[in-house]
Design a protein around this ligand. Structure first.
Ligand code: PNW
Length: 519
């Protein structure tokens, strides 16, 4: 065996005779290590059954904001009345024009060979006045065509019910702060399930409840209101209950027939303490931003995270409120919420270092910290950067977070529902995005193989460049670029689209680049 290896060292040719025994041994070791490394790379495959997809959302890609009988959403209202809240004063009236060009999108999905495509229904496109008494025929036909088109191409649809475009009519009635929205959402979910559950087997009720309540009620997303003290916390309770009611509607009325799965998708960063003294504040910050949404659904005990519940009760009392600003659940509500999941949906992009804030230190939400718990958020200089100022690149953070979810909630199935990288979009050779995907995918694989975390799938955000909310079109996340200056909105594959197509063939982060695709 060793002889054969040393014979293969003949490639060193003329230098051969100058090698001492020690040097030969050394080379043998190097070759051995190389062989092991090669074998490891080759064995870096995701387990059989692991699913790869890409995602978009209705408001960000569809356009057609007022075609046919579509109702106005809170995003339509905000971009038209307050363009100053959008960095480049743009809007998504047309966006990628996917309302008309959806077959183009399906061509890209097929070109990359995706296992699934995650997209969302616009609530006011399907139910123009927000309520379930009137279903738009054009809305129904549009989503039905996309679903059928995906299935005809062998791609599974993963459907999100709410990706931030609330009917304005419901906002005028209080939106997510009105407890009645829990039933309005359940009614909407029932309509969507009745129309599409025969062909859609994976559902996400709410995309990022934390963005819907915390970010939106600090004015950074529609409806652009500012009331994080009370509004955001009322929103939290009702968004969670709305999810749970929709989950139960599916379980009781549709699951026996279609056997699909329903869950919620969280936006979670990896948070680590700056020093040992910052451990407690890190735990509280995690509970405030993330546990507030996951504990009621995924923990064995149910209800709010206990430490956060105590903290909010004490703080509210000191502030002179007659009861906690974090609204209580009834015992029935705790039961309704507990276990209302079939998997853990995780959107993950970035990491932060947490420390206790100094007295009087300003804490602008997310960029500097979290005022409610007096936590300052920092990043490490070695972490990479992206066009989105909040997005710092720390691939290991994803593995830590996956381990933490398992530690908190046991051996739950995790579907990574978003992960991605933003640049200015100027280049089709987007090497930084390719590296981001490769490095993050490697960490997902390590979490599966080394830490036995049950990750069942991975979703790249996004299939194509789109309207990036308050950043408008200044931050691009697409595997495919979109030329927004052309009325035809032409799409073009970036290097990352070719890389991801290779990942799908190789079933691992070391993409199979041996074959050229049209992608
Ligand atoms: C997600 N963070 O939001 C949304 O689901 C997408 O619609 C959006 O386009 C995408 O990420 C990129 O921004 C996020 O603070 C909100 O880390 C907040 C964070 C990350 C993603």
């Amino acid at each position: 065996m060793s002889l054969r290896i040393s014979e293969s060292l003949d490639v060193i040719g003329p230098y051969r005779n100058n090698f001492s025994v020690g040097r030969k041994m050394c080379l043998l070791a190097v070759v051995g290590v190389l062989a092991v490394v090669c074998e490891r790379v080759a064995s870096q495959r995701f387990p059989p059954g692991f699913q790869f997809g890409a995602a978009t959302s209705a408001y960000q890609i569809e356009g057609g904001w007022n075609v046919s009988d579509k109702g106005e959403s809170i995003w339509d209202r905000m971009v038209h009345s307050r363009p100053d809240l959008i960095y480049d004063h743009s809007n998504a009236d047309v966006a990628c024009d996917s309302y008309h060009l959806w077959e183009e999108d399906l061509r890209l999905v097929q070109e990359m060979g995706l296992d699934f495509y995650r997209f969302s229904i616009s609530w006011p496109r399907l139910l123009p006045n927000g309520f379930s008494n009137k279903v738009s025929e054009d809305g129904r036909r549009y989503y039905s065509a996309v679903i059928d088109g995906l299935r005809a191409r062998g791609v599974a649809p993963v459907l999100t019910l709410y990706h931030w475009d609330l009917p304005q009519r419901l906002q005028d009635l209080g939106g997510w702060t009105n407890p009645l929205i829990v039933e309005w959402f359940a009614d909407y979910a029932r309509v969507a399930f009745s129309l599409f559950a025969d062909r859609v087997h994976t559902w996400i009720t709410i995309n990022e409840p934390g963005s819907v309540c915390d970010v939106a009620y600090r004015g950074f997303l529609a409806p652009g209101l500012r009331d994080h003290e009370v509004g955001a916390l009322l929103c939290t309770k009702h968004v969670l209950l709305a999810h749970a009611r929709a989950y139960r509607v599916y379980q009781e009325e549709f699951k026996p027939k279609y056997h699909g799965e329903v869950s919620i998708a969280y936006q979670e960063c990896w948070f680590e303490p700056k020093t040992d003294q910052d451990l407690e504040i890190t735990l509280l910050t995690r509970e405030y931003l993330f546990g507030r949404y996951s504990h009621p659904i995924f923990s064995a005990a149910g209800g709010w995270p206990p430490a956060l519940e105590r903290y909010m009760a004490d703080k509210s009392k000191k502030e002179g409120y007659p009861r906690s600003r974090l609204p209580a659940f009834t015992p029935d509500e705790i039961q309704l919420l507990k276990g209302s999941f079939d998997f853990y949906g995780l959107n993950h992009y970035t990491s932060r270092v947490v420390r206790g804030a100094a007295p009087g230190e300003p804490l602008a939400f997310i960029s500097q910290g979290v005022e409610e718990v007096r936590a300052a958020l920092e990043t490490r200089p070695r972490w990479g950067t992206a066009t989105s100022s909040w997005l710092k690149v720390n691939p290991e953070g994803l593995r830590h977070l996956l381990k933490l979810i398992k530690q908190q909630y046991g051996d739950v199935k995790i579907l990574i529902t978003e992960n991605g990288y933003s640049d200015t979009g100027d280049q089709l050779e987007d090497r930084d995005r390719v590296n981001y995907y490769k490095d993050y995918l490697e960490q997902v694989l390590l979490a599966i193989t080394e830490d036995a975390v049950r990750v069942v799938g991975y979703t790249a955000w996004s299939l194509l460049d789109n309207f990036e909310w308050a950043a408008g079109y200044t931050s691009r996340f697409g595997l495919y670029s979109v030329d927004f200056s052309s009325p035809r909105r032409p799409r073009a594959a970036r290097a990352s689209a070719r890389y991801y197509a290779g990942v799908l063939r190789a079933r691992g982060p070391h993409a199979d680049t041996t074959r050229n695709t049209t992608a």
